[in-house]
Design a protein around this ligand. Structure first.
Ligand code: G4P
Ligand code: MG
Length: 182
């Protein structure tokens, strides 16, 4: 796998989400609720709330075992039993940080569809343009990605131990990219 690292600062996350909120409005999608897939989707979902002010339901889905290897299928580690009945007839905005293999996202969509929402739209900060392990069911009519990337490893700010260094790394990376383009 290409080991190229793509650094993303908190400011960049915020700007991506703001941009995505504008796309939602432009396409006329006005969700009733946000469902955030944890843990990577939590911070993007909270920032989205600043722009669209909708309640957030949190779910946790794991596709990795303790040995960091993919399990056979994604499993729920936290679910919204108390509120799932409230999804009936609602427009749901499902948020995660990255669309990689799509396995977690598609599994989550499948589980949410059981509760008969009017519509589910999927929104991610980053989409990796690659062959996906699974496709979304036909019910997914709207898909929003803040940025399309190749097969890089994205470094999110919430994983950083030294946030100053992380932010600086993004700056260096972006300057390098500009240099390469000119
Ligand atoms: P997908 O449906 O979103 O494509 O998810 P997939 O199952 O392929 O990915 C599983 C895990 O791999 C997710 O974490 C996702 O965040 C992580 N991941 C994939 N690509 C990258 C990347 O480039 N950078 C980083 N930092 N993570 C990546 P998870 O198991 O849901 O854990 P969590 O970190 O969200 O808690
Ligand atoms: Mg995730």
């Amino acid at each position: 796998m290409d080991s190229k690292k793509f650094y993303v600062s908190y400011n960049s996350v915020h700007k991506l989400v703001k941009n995505l909120s504008k796309q939602l409005i432009e396409t006329g999608f006005d969700p009733d609720v946000i469902v955030a897939i944890g843990s990577g989707g939590f911070i993007p979902a909270r920032i989205m709330k600043t722009f669209i002010n909708r309640p957030i339901y949190a779910v946790g889905i794991s596709y990795y075992g303790l040995d960091n290897k993919h399990k056979d299928h994604p499993t729920k580690i936290q679910w919204i039993d108390e509120v799932q009945s409230q999804l009936i007839g609602k427009k749901v905005l499902l948020i995660d940080e990255v669309d990689d293999t799509r396995a977690t996202l598609a599994y989550c969509v499948g589980e949410l569809l059981k509760f008969k929402p009017e519509e589910i739209a999927v929104l991610v900060l980053h989409n990796k343009q690659k062959d996906k392990d699974v496709e979304f069911p036909a019910e997914i009519k709207r898909y929003f990605a803040g940025l399309d990337l190749g097969n890089v490893w994205i470094k999110y700010p919430w994983d950083a131990e030294d946030i100053e260094k992380h932010t600086e790394n993004e700056k260096i990376m972006l300057e390098q990219e500009t240099k390469e383009r000119t």
